[in-house]
Design a protein around this ligand. Structure first.
Ligand code: FPP
Length: 255
């Protein structure tokens, strides 16, 4: 039996990761719904944006751990198409975070060989957000380590609708025929084209729903939930989630 990834244990004794076999059955693609920033701030009598700020530092830590654990793709739900319903001051703050994050951590991301990508409708985002993201994508485009994929102004239903619109256009223009349309072809019309589906989907803060995140792509994902609020999510907890995934038996409808 191969060794498994060292996992969080309550005695707080951490086992060192030094065997290639520790990474057997590691999820290639991990997606995270980073929830609970607002509640974290409220518990401390702080404004909600303080929770988002604390959450940003957790993003940095989780990215580093994912890279160290040989995860290939990490997709983070940073801003949903529904988040526009929040007060303008919070929306503005959230849309400033990619710039702040990249400004602070880009050198470290480069050092860790991380490539930045996004999914979602960037067109309507403020110029400073688009510019920061475009700069980071360009700067990291030749890195071949972890792919850090931010879901920004992302909504799964919108993604599916825009895929259907494009397919109809392509059928009209004879670029694709309906009899050729299968699951693989449909997937190519989604923002996630070229990416594998998430193997593991994590949601923090005790909520157990998808909230319009990767609905098509998570058809066979393994889910992992914790009551811990995102700003309190630690490296050990992330390693625990990866370790738990390593024990799962995926059957994809078979036996
Ligand atoms: C959900 O918590 C979280 C968000 C809508 C934003 C996620 C953003 C971060 C974690 C910051 C990092 C972002 C980047 C781009 C580096 P919530 O506000 O809904 O929390 P609540 O349910 O407790 O109110």
């Amino acid at each position: 039996m191969s060794m498994r990834l060292p996992f969080f244990n309550h005695k707080k004794t951490k086992v060192k990761v030094n065997e290639a076999s520790d990474f057997d059955n590691m999820p290639g693609h991990v997606a995270i719904i980073m929830d609970g920033n607002g509640r974290w701030a409220k518990k401390r009598g702080l404004p909600r944006i303080a929770g988002h700020k604390a959450g940003m530092d957790v993003v940095k830590q989780v990215t580093k751990t994912a890279a160290n654990c040989h995860v290939e793709t990490l997709t983070l739900y940073a801003f949903s198409t529904e988040n526009w319903r929040r007060p303008k001051s919070e929306v503005d703050y959230l849309l400033g975070l990619p710039k702040e994050f990249l400004h602070t951590y880009l050198p470290e991301l480069m050092g860790n060989n991380v490539r930045i990508e996004t999914i979602g409708n960037l067109n309507v985002l403020p110029a400073h957000t688009k510019e920061a993201v475009a700069y980071a994508k360009e700067k990291t485009k030749d890195n071949d380590g972890l792919l850090l994929n931010f879901a920004l102004n992302y909504g799964s239903r919108f993604e599916i609708i825009q895929a259907i619109r494009q397919i109809v256009t392509d059928v009209d223009n004879s670029r694709v025929t309906l009899d050729k349309l299968d699951e693989d072809v449909f997937s190519e019309y989604l923002y996630t084209t070229g990416l594998s589906d998430p193997d593991l989907l994590i949601r923090t803060s005790g909520e157990q729903r998808l909230s319009n995140f990767l609905l098509w792509q998570s058809a066979y994902s393994e889910f992992w939930f914790t009551d811990v609020l995102w700003p309190d999510f630690t490296e050990d907890m992330f390693r625990q989630a990866l370790h738990d995934y390593q024990q799962r038996k995926r059957r994809y409808g078979g036996i």
